[in-house]
Design a protein around this ligand. Structure first.
Ligand code: CTP
Length: 399
């Protein structure tokens, strides 16, 4: 049984939210409805109050329980926020992070997963503004229950009808299951590049943006894990809820991992660790007038291999960014580094690798299985890697 916050916005499909609320309650969930002002013109809050047995709020200053700040309390007790139907306007407000009514304020204040079932005219749904908003929200981990094809109330035909009630309810159930499958599991992730200092102003680095590692942290959090993210320098905002350990050099990352590995259940090495560092970093800036310059590089320790040798019951996942014979090299690394899984991509391929938001991964498992994933967002790739971890962890936990 879960506490579900059902947000209803002002689409003609608002009446469908009654069915959704009833079906969720039939499955044993507690449903609390929050409506936008526009929705109250289409269906009365009293209908939802009678159906759910809970007061309905609209305004952010509505406080049904005296002395309780409703938007904070509701945000904290909800296990999942479902917005069905969601209008183009509500989607836009959520994208911008506006907090101008109870629903949008709650969406900002909650850490619960958010599911959105849009309903609108097909031209509005396909409009680049709406689609850009959907993409932004997806990148933040919000999930969409896509609208279906049909004839709208206005007579137009196309994609924009709210999904059927069983589809919405099933999406909620699946999301609730996923939200807990890494409960109690500590996932340690390395992300981003490392910078190896040459002198106080120069360093050797690489083109890693950290996006894949941060997406993995987001996905693991969405599955209920406790996440520690050891990150090299990136321009990204770490996901809320992760413990963040910022480092700069490979040696610092090595130390940070050694200190935390024993306490983790899953280790995912997504960082692009510099394999070499200058033998010594100069204390003063090297001047151009000094002529030719030779820098002697010495190897950095292999962080992943160093901990994987003592992994015990832990699941250890590596990444391999290759430029040639990708699968062959990755298979060798899987074995050599004692991994359960390695995710490999060809960085020379368009839409795969550094800086971009997409990736095309192939997963190689220790049992020899090979799983080729299509090109997808790094967040979707991360989701699949985390699912693979869950599949591996379940037998190990004796469930
Ligand atoms: N890795 C690591 N520490 C290093 C180098 C790599 O933890 N010093 C990890 C990466 O985070 C990645 C995996 O090992 O998960 C493979 O990294 P990659 O650079 O492809 O492997 P290398 O062993 O460095 O092999 P090469 O550079 O020769 O391809």
């Amino acid at each position: 049984m879960a506490n579900i916050l059902l947000g209803v916005s002002g689409s003609i499909a608002a009446y469908r939210a009654c069915d959704v609320a009833r079906e969720l309650m039939r499955q044993g969930h507690r449903v609390q409805v929050v409506m936008t002002r526009a929705a109250t013109r289409l269906i009365s809050p009293d209908t939802f109050a009678a159906l759910t047995g809970n007061p309905v709020t609209v305004d952010v200053f509505d406080e049904p329980v005296a002395g309780e700040i409703a938007h904070i309390k509701l945000a904290q007790v909800s296990d999942l926020v479902l917005i069905a139907p969601a209008t183009a306007h509500t989607i836009a407000r959520l994208t911008l992070g506006l907090a101008d009514d109870m629903l949008t304020t709650l969406a900002l204040a909650t850490r619960a997963p958010i599911l959105i079932a849009p309903a609108m005219n097909p031209t509005m749904w396909s409009h680049p503004a709406t689609q850009a908003h959907v993409q932004t929200l997806r990148a933040r981990g919000v999930e969409f229950i896509d609208p279906t094809y049909g004839v709208m109330a206005c007579g137009d035909e196309g994609w924009g009808k709210i999904a059927d009630t069983p589809v919405i309810v099933q999406a909620v159930q699946q999301r609730l299951c996923r939200a807990h499958d890494l409960q109690g599991v500590h996932v340690l992730i390395t992300a981003g590049p490392t910078y190896e200092p040459i002198d106080p102003v120069r360093f050797i680095g690489n083109r890693s943006s950290g996006k894949m590692g941060y997406a993995l942290a987001e996905a693991a959090l969405a599955h209920g894990a406790r996440v520690t993210l050891i990150t090299g320098p990136t321009a990204l905002t770490p996901p809320a809820g992760a413990e963040v350990v910022p480092v700069r050099t490979a040696l610092q990352m090595y130390e940070a991992v050694q200190e935390r590995f024993d306490a983790c259940d899953v280790f995912i090495a997504a960082a692009a660790v510099a394999d070499y560092r200058p033998e010594r970093a100069l204390r003063r800036k090297h001047k151009r007038t000094e002529g030719d310059w030779t820098i002697r590089l010495v190897p950095n320790p292999d962080i992943l291999a160093s901990v994987a040798t003592r992994k015990g019951q832990r699941i250890v996942v590596g990444f391999a960014a290759e430029t040639d014979k990708a699968l062959q090299h990755a298979a060798q690394k899987l074995k050599r580094k004692n991994l359960d899984l390695i995710a490999v991509n060809d960085v020379l391929e368009a839409g795969s690798g550094f800086e971009v938001d997409t990736n095309r991964l192939t997963l190689l498992y220790a049992d020899g299985r090979v799983e080729e994933l299509p090109q997808m967002s790094k967040r979707a790739c991360a989701e699949r890697v985390i699912e693979a971890v869950v599949e591996r962890l379940t037998p190990a936990r004796g469930e």
